[in-house]
Design a protein around this ligand. Sequence first.
Ligand code: ZN
Length: 394
Amino acid sequence: MTLIKNAEVYKPEYAGTKDVLILGGKIAAVDDNIHVEMNGFTDVMEIDGRGKKLVPGFIDSHVHILGGGGEGGFSTRTPEATLTGLTTAGVTTVVGCLGTDGVARDMVSLLAKARGLEEEGITSFIYTGSYRLPARTITGEIMKDIMVVDKIIGIGEIAVSDHRSSQPTFEEFVRAVSDARVGGMLSGKSGIINIHLGDGKRKIDLIKRALAETEIPVQQFLPTHVNRNPELFEECVSYAKTGGFIDFTGSDDPDFWEETEGEVRFSKGLKRLLQEGVNQDNFTLSSDGQGSMPIFNKQKEYVGIGIGKSSCLIKALKECVFNEDIPLETALRAVTSNPAKILKLRTKGKIEKGMDADICLLDENLDVHTVIARGRVMVEGKKPLVYGMFENKN
Ligand code: ZN
């Protein structure tokens, strides 16, 4: 039992200064002045929330938890995600995916990695398949994977408009989407299709054609990397205005990527969406964590490979608040209530009675100070309290 006193609560909607009581991994109450009398039967751990903003634990909906990359040869395969790499960034729920490589990495390994992170204390889900269609699955079928494997909530990331994609035909694409949709319906999951958008000139043409020529609704698609260049972003703003969901990819060094690749940083992109009147439920932000990021200098020469990190999420939120004057409660939606709603993670993304006790406390600079995952304190004073099995505690 844990009681957080006098924190400024963002549900993500601003709720004022409140106490939050955690019981058995769930949020038991959010109220003024909660008092617990246990007559000594059990200890109540109190956390002083004064000066802190209490927000839902972040949902990072696109992470290569098993590692990714490899496009520059075997030595460029990226390492697996670590527990504290996620928790110190405020992430309490992660959605894992494969990437370009669905051969040397496969779905069983991805599922095992997701289960490992769950055992270590956070919540995990995965997408079935990789960049390519037809998808490589666990059971042999997309629909069956979603229906029988608890952790599989959809398919992805399927690559389109990219030289690394399998160049799926329209028929292959809509069949995969329909399999995911029906599998999701039959199992009460989102069955969403997470779509990697490359920088090819076809942009989101396949999605637009599927919407024009089939009965599949727009809510079935979650295109990601929508901000990778200005032209693609413009197309995706229009798409969002018609009710489509869009996922921004955060960046560890947004100045660099803005300058070299024309990437639209989240804060500026979100400002634009708000000006355009896009539905505030329809945008998300993910890290592409552990994905490889080939780095080129100003002369467009290859200089090395970086790795995506979940820490880009809070950096992006801070830019929204401090540079673009976007309310914290609006920016927060991108990593809390919106991905929870879009991915149908019903106990996630909100500070409300009955929800999982996934909570971050942010300090006055909006840095992640304390992180609680399903009721357990994982990070305190910006330092991990809980480490992954093979993590170096020094
Ligand atoms: Zn991708």
